[in-house]
Design a binder for this molecule. Structure first.
Ligand SMILES: Nc1ncnc2c1ncn2[C@@H]1O[C@H](COP(=O)(O)OP(=O)(O)OP(=O)(O)O)[C@@H](O)[C@H]1O
Ligand SMILES: [Mg+2]
Length: 225
């Protein structure tokens, strides 16, 4: 099981929206996913209440519960656990980064957003975690996106797809759906599917590199014995 944490202290950048939409896209791609919501604002629990389908399972948890919950889930049939965090610094945020195989940092192409993720990134570096930025709520095309993308690409990994500001995102959430369910042929759905493909590849890559490290260590130990 792999944990993907959606994190940045900047409120409203799209953590919960991306968490929901990517969870649905992952399910549609055949993955079993559950969502842990660590934000008392309960955006995702509210969404789940409006939802007619039973999956993905959504559970609200507090920081002290996270480690034990992740341990239990490791033995479950879930392939992915998505963790949504609040838009303020909290003990939960740090534990959610610690639990992650990959951290997703949503960021709007605005100077305020581009400044606000710095403490998040510092925590991710300290805990030596894999991460990727996702440019969200972008205009369809603008020099702002290019400038933001250039800046983010220097700092870390950036997918080959941006998530454009589209009504589908707001309408789908109101109905308890993901954009890929609400308007499967729409541009928002297409972007989210591409983003999930990219993220899944990146998550697999992180596992592979860890396996390789483990193998290397194992081989070294065998040689030393
Ligand atoms: N790509 C998008 N297109 C249109 N609207 C969007 C998009 N992404 C997010 N939104 C809208 O922006 C608002 C904030 O998004 P969201 O709640 O996902 O942010 P958040 O980072 O989880 O916020 P918080 O830090 O408060 O938890 C919501 O109203 C959501 O519908
Ligand atoms: Mg949120």
């Amino acid at each position: 099981m792999k944990a993907i944490t959606f994190v940045t202290q900047k409120g409203g950048s799209g953590k919960s929206t991306l968490c929901i939409n990517l969870a649905i896209a992952a399910q549609e791609a055949g993955r079993s996913v559950c969502i842990l919501e660590m934000d008392r604002q309960a955006t995702i629990s509210d969404w789940a209440e409006h939802r007619s389908a039973a999956t993905p399972e959504v559970a609200q948890i507090d920081a002290p519960q996270l480690e034990a919950v992740i341990k239990n889930l490791a033995g479950s049939a879930y392939e992915y656990v998505f963790i949504d965090t609040p838009g303020v610094d909290s003990p939960g945020t740090l534990s959610a980064i610690r639990a992650a195989d990959l951290c997703i940092i949503p960021c709007r192409p605005t100077p305020a957003d581009l400044r606000a993720f710095k403490p998040t990134l510092a925590a991710i570096y300290r805990l030596d975690k894999r991460f990727a930025f996702v440019l969200n709520q972008t205009p369809p095309r603008s020099y702002r996106i290019r400038d933001a993308a250039d800046g983010l690409a220097v700092l870390g990994v950036l997918p080959d797809v941006n998530i454009v500001m589209r009504n589908d995102h707001q309408d789908a959430i109101g109905l308890g759906q993901g954009v890929t369910e609400y308007n499967p042929k729409g541009a928002a759905a297409e972007e989210i599917r591409r983003l999930w493909t990219w993220i899944e590849r990146r998550t697999q890559a992180s596992l592979e590199s860890r396996t390789t490290e483990k193998l290397k260590k194992g081989i070294k130990n065998v040689k030393a014995a």
